[in-house]
Ligand binder design. Structure first.
Ligand code: OFO
Length: 164
């Protein structure tokens, strides 16, 4: 059985993962509006990954005999500036999510909730991957700048991301 405090913290994380999906869909729509279909595609795939992260936590709570308490999602912004700013915002968002995952992991440790700690290990690893993946895109964007032909090359490469 899961503690009430861990249950509440995991339910809050589910909301954050779903908000991430919501945010990336909004960013994808913003990129589509600028005709960057590849960046938009990448963001849509990322949104499906975020939904999968939320569902994985939902299943974990239910497997432990806990109660799923889904909350309303915050509305994401609608304007994100240029593509570089979009990906810088994603990196900042993922760093904030990493902080939340680390705090959850710490809570599991304090509560001696071994099952949650093990389940959260997957998220700790995933955040390392997400920050690295987005950080690389930010570096590439800074290298080419968001004017000129190279950005369209990057856009077509981003459009090749496979489905999650
Ligand atoms: Fe779920 O990793 Fe991004 O937010």
């Amino acid at each position: 059985m899961i503690s009430k405090t861990m249950q509440a913290a995991l339910n809050a994380q589910i909301n954050l993962e779903q908000y991430s999906a919501q945010l990336y869909l909004a960013m994808g729509a913003h990129c589509t509006g600028k005709s960057f279909k590849g960046f938009a595609h990448w963001l849509k795939v990322q949104a499906t990954e975020e939904t999968a992260h939320a569902i994985r936590l939902m299943d974990f709570i239910l497997d432990r005999g806990g109660r799923l308490e889904l909350q309303a999602l915050a509305a994401p912004p609608t304007d994100f500036g240029g593509v570089i700013q979009v990906f810088e915002a994603i990196l900042a968002h993922e760093k904030a999510i990493t902080g939340k995952i680390n705090a959850l992991f710490q809570q599991a440790r304090q509560e001696q909730d071994h099952a949650s700690e093990i389940a959260l290990q997957w998220y700790v690893t995933e955040q390392v991957e997400e920050e690295a993946r987005v950080g690389e895109i930010v570096d590439h964007l800074h290298a080419v700048g968001d004017q000129g032909g190279a950005i369209w090359y990057l856009d077509s490469r981003m459009g090749k991301r496979g489905r999650a």
